[in-house]
Write a protein that binds this ligand. Structure first.
Ligand SMILES: Nc1ncnc2c1ncn2[C@@H]1O[C@H](COP(=O)(O)OP(=O)(O)OP(=O)(O)O)[C@@H](O)[C@H]1O
Ligand SMILES: [Mg+2]
Length: 637
C-alpha cells in the first residue's frame, strides 16, 4: 500500500526563508573571500563554507521535517551528518569558484555542474537517512528533474555571487536581498521536487537502524534557530570585515597621498631652481646661435645644447606639474568640447587596432580648469591605454555628472562631498597588479622598457587634477584592463570669458617701447634685457623693487611695460606693480616666475586679468608674449 504524504505549510515556508537567508549570506561571503588574501582568505573560505553549507543543509532538513507520513519518521544520525558535510563541501566549491580573479562562463558552468549534483547528493543522502516503516522508491524522471534544477540554481547562484562580490554600493544590499530570495526559491524548488520523487509503500522499512533523530516540531525549530545563529554570525563577520577593510583602505589612501605630497614638494622645489638655470642656458644658446653662421661647425653643437635644454625644460615642467607648482590658467569650460577636440588629434596617434568609443553626457556641467592642462591629462591617459593594448582592444571614454555624498564613497575617492564632473577612461588592456597600482602616480615610475616611458605621464596627470581641485582614482585587475576616473569640481556659476579665445597671434616680435625689467637673478635679468635690446626695445634694468621705483622716478619719458619677477627680495612683483601704476596708470605689467605660491598666483591659480610668462622661457617666447601684452590682447586692459 502506498503511504500518502503531506507537508506542514509553516515548515515549508520556514525552509524557503532559511534558503533565502542562506543565499543572501552566500552572496555576501563571496565578496569577503574575494577581498581577502593568503591565510585570511583561507579563514574566510572555511568560515564561509561552514555558514553557507549549514544554511543550505538546514533548509533541506527543515524541508524534510515538513514532510509527513501517516507513520512515525526517524533519522539516522550518521547519514544526516554526512549530508551536512556534503553541503559544506559544495559551499566551499562554490566560494572557491566565484572568488577567483576572473571567472568566465565556462568556469561558472563547470562549477555549477559540480555544485548542483553535490547539493542533490546532500538531499538524497538526507533522504537515505530517513527511518520509516515503509519501503522507498524513486521516480527517475523527477529525480533527474531535481538534479537539473540544482544545477541551474547553482549556475544562477554562482553567476550572481560573482557579479555581486565587489558591489559595495548602496543598492548592492537590496540587489543581494532580491537575488537571495530568488535563489532561495530555486533551491527549495529542487528540494521539493526531490521529495516528490519519492514514494513510500508498506510493508517494508527504510534506513539501516532503528532510533536516531525523531522528526518532531521541536527538532525543526532547533535546526532553524541553529542555522539562523550561524548565518547571522557569518553576516556579522562579513560586516565587521567590510568595515575594517574600508578603514584600512582609507588609511592607506591617506598615506599614499602624503607620500605623493612629499615627493611632489621635492620635485617641485628642484624644478623651480632648474627653471632659472634653464632660462639662462636656453637664452644664451639662442644668442650664440643667432650670431653663428649656419655653415659654422659650432652651429650644430649649439643646436644640440638647445635641444637638450628644451628637453630638460619639458621634464622640469612635468615635475612642476606633479608638484602642483605650475601656473594654471583656469577658465570655465565644457569638458565634452575639450574631449572632442583632443580626441580629433589623438585618433591618429592611437592607431586603428584600438576601437575608441566616446560616451559624452549631453547635460554635462561646466568645470573650471586650464584647457591646455586638461588636454594633457586626456592625452596621457589615452596614450597609456594605447600602450596597455599592444594587440588592440577597446577604449571607452565617458563623461558624467556625479554628486559625491558625504561618507564612504567620497572618502574612498579622496575628494570632499559635492558636485563633480567625471571623465572615465576604460581600456581592455593588460591591467595592473596591486603592487603596480600603488606606485603609478610616482614620478619616474614606469614598467615600460628603457627609453620607452619616462614615468612622468601619470605624475603630471595627478598634479594637474589635484591642483584643479579634483581627484583621480584607478581600478584595475591584471589582464582585465583598467579604469581611470578623473573627478573635477563642478563650476558653480558658468561665466563665459571670450577674450582668451579671441586673442590673435602676434606676428611681429620687435618694438620700440620702453620696458622696465626687474629680476634678482643675474642670468635671467641679463637675458631679458638683451632679448629686448636686440629687438629694438629700450630696456631699463633693476634687480630689486626699490631700484625699479628709483629708475621710474628718474626716467622722464614713458615706461610702457613692467616685466618683473614675481618673487623679489623685500618688495614683491605685485606690490611694485601697484606702486608704479599709481604714478603711471598706462603701464602694462608682465610677470615672470617659475614659482606659484605668490601674491598673483594663489595655490597655482593665476588671478584673472594677469599676464604671466612661465620660466624657463626662450627669448622668442618672451618677445611674443611681450608684444601680446603691449598690444593689449591678453590680460588687463
Ligand atoms: N591604462 C593602463 N593599463 C595598464 N597599466 C598602466 C596604464 N596606465 C598606466 N599604467 C602603468 O603605470 C605606469 C606609469 O604610467 P605613466 O604614464 O606615469 O608612465 P609611462 O606611461 O610608463 O611613461 P610616460 O607616460 O612618461 O611616457 C606605466 O608604466 C604602466 O605600468
Ligand atoms: Mg604614460
Amino acid at each position: 500500500m502506498t503511504l500518502h504524504a503531506a507537508y506542514s505549510p509553516s515548515l515549508v515556508v520556514l525552509s524557503v526563508l532559511i534558503a533565502s537567508v542562506a543565499s543572501y549570506t552566500a552572496l555576501d561571503l563571496a565578496g569577503r573571500v574575494t577581498a581577502a588574501h593568503g591565510r585570511e582568505r583561507l579563514a574566510w573560505l572555511a568560515g564561509g563554507s561552514l555558514a553557507m553549507g549549514i544554511g543550505i543543509w538546514s533548509m533541506h532538513f527543515v524541508g524534510m521535517l515538513a514532510f509527513h507520513l501517516p507513520v512515525p519518521i526517524g533519522y539516522e544520525l550518521g547519514r544526516v551528518l554526512l549530508s551536512v558535510l556534503v553541503a559544506v563541501a559544495a559551499s566551499a566549491l562554490a566560494l572557491v569558484v566565484v572568488s577567483r580573479p576572473h571567472v568566465g562562463l565556462p568556469a561558472l558552468g563547470l562549477g555549477a555542474l559540480c555544485m548542483g549534483p553535490a547539493i542533490a547528493g546532500m538531499h538524497y543522502i538526507g533522504m537515505a537517512a530517513l527511518n520509516v516503516p515503509a519501503s522507498m522508491h524513486f521516480d527517475p524522471f523527477l529525480v533527474a528533474t531535481s538534479v537539473a534544477i540544482a544545477i541551474a540554481a547553482s549556475f544562477v547562484g554562482l553567476a550572481l555571487a560573482y557579479h555581486f562580490r565587489q558591489d559595495e554600493s548602496a543598492g548592492g544590499v537590496a540587489r543581494r536581498l532580491a537575488s537571495g530570495l530568488v535563489m532561495g526559491l530555486a533551491i527549495a524548488g529542487m528540494h521539493y521536487t526531490g521529495m516528490a520523487a519519492a514514494r513510500f509503500d508498506t510493508p517494508g522499512r527504510t534506513g539501516a537502524s532503528v532510533g536516531g533523530l525523531l522528526a518532531t516540531g521541536q527538532l525543526a525549530i532547533g535546526v532553524t534557530l541553529g542555522a539562523m545563529v550561524i548565518l547571522a554570525l557569518g553576516l556579522l563577520g562579513a560586516t565587521v570585515d567590510r568595515w575594517l577593510r574600508q578603514r584600512a583602505e582609507l588609511a592607506e589612501r591617506r598615506q599614499q597621498s602624503q607620500k605623493l605630497e612629499a615627493i611632489g614638494q621635492l620635485a617641485g622645489g628642484i624644478a623651480h631652481d632648474f627653471n632659472n638655470l634653464l632660462t639662462a642656458i636656453l637664452g644664451n644658446a639662442a644668442f650664440v646661435l643667432a650670431s653663428t653662421p649656419v655653415d659654422d661647425p659650432r652651429h650644430a653643437d649649439i643646436r644640440e645644447i638647445e635641444r637638450a635644454a628644451t628637453r630638460a625644460a619639458e621634464l622640469t615642467h612635468q615635475l612642476l606639474a606633479f608638484g602642483r607648482k605650475q601656473v594654471l590658467k583656469p577658465t570655465p569650460l565644457d569638458l565634452n568640447a575639450t574631449l572632442a577636440h583632443t580626441m580629433r588629434m589623438l585618433t591618429r596617434l592611437v592607431g586603428e587596432h584600438i576601437e575608441i568609443t566616446v560616451v559624452p553626457d549631453p547635460a554635462l556641467w561646466d568645470v573650471q580648469a586650464d584647457p591646455a592642462q586638461l588636454e594633457q591629462v586626456i592625452v596621457n591617459l589615452v596614450v597609456n591605454a594605447r600602450d596597455a593594448m599592444p594587440e588592440g582592444g577597446k577604449l571607452t571614454i565617458e563623461t558624467q555628472n556625479v554628486t559625491l555624498q558625504p561618507g564612504s564613497t567620497s572618502q574612498h575617492i579622496g575628494a570632499p562631498a559635492g558636485d563633480y564632473v567625471l571623465i572615465a577612461f576604460t581600456d581592455t588592456g593588460i591591467g595592473m597588479d596591486p603592487a603596480t597600482q600603488d606606485r603609478i602616480f610616482e614620478p619616474f615610475f614606469t614598467t615600460k622598457g628603457l627609453g620607452k616611458g619616462t614615468g612622468l605621464g601619470l605624475a603630471t596627470v595627478y598634479g594637474i587634477v589635484r591642483q584643479s581641485g579634483g581627484s583621480i582614482s584607478v581600478y584595475s585587475e591584471p589582464h582585465r584592463g583598467s579604469t581611470f576616473k578623473v573627478y573635477l569640481p563642478r563650476l558653480a556659476e558658468p561665466v563665459r570669458d571670450a577674450s582668451e579665445s579671441a586673442a590673435p597671434a602676434a606676428v611681429s616680435t620687435g618694438g620700440t617701447e620702453t620696458v622696465l625689467v626687474v629680476e634678482d637673478e643675474e642670468a635671467v635679468r641679463q637675458l631679458a634685457a638683451r632679448t629686448l635690446f636686440v629687438r629694438g626695445y629700450t630696456p631699463l634694468v633693476a634687480h630689486t623693487g626699490e631700484e625699479a621705483l628709483r629708475l621710474s622716478e628718474q626716467h622722464p619719458g614713458p615706461i610702457h611695460l613692467l616685466l618683473t619677477d614675481v618673487v623679489l627680495p623685500r618688495m614683491n612683483g605685485s606690490r611694485l606693480a601697484e606702486t608704479l601704476l599709481a604714478t603711471r596708470p598706462d603701464l602694462r605689467v608682465l610677470y615672470m616666475s617659475g614659482f606659484t605660491e605668490t601674491a598673483i598666483v594663489h595655490h597655482g591659480v593665476l588671478q584673472p586679468g594677469t599676464d604671466f610668462i612661465q620660466k624657463p622661457f626662450t627669448p622668442h617666447a618672451l618677445a611674443v608674449k611681450l608684444r601680446d601684452v603691449l598690444a593689449g590682447v591678453s590680460g588687463r586692459r
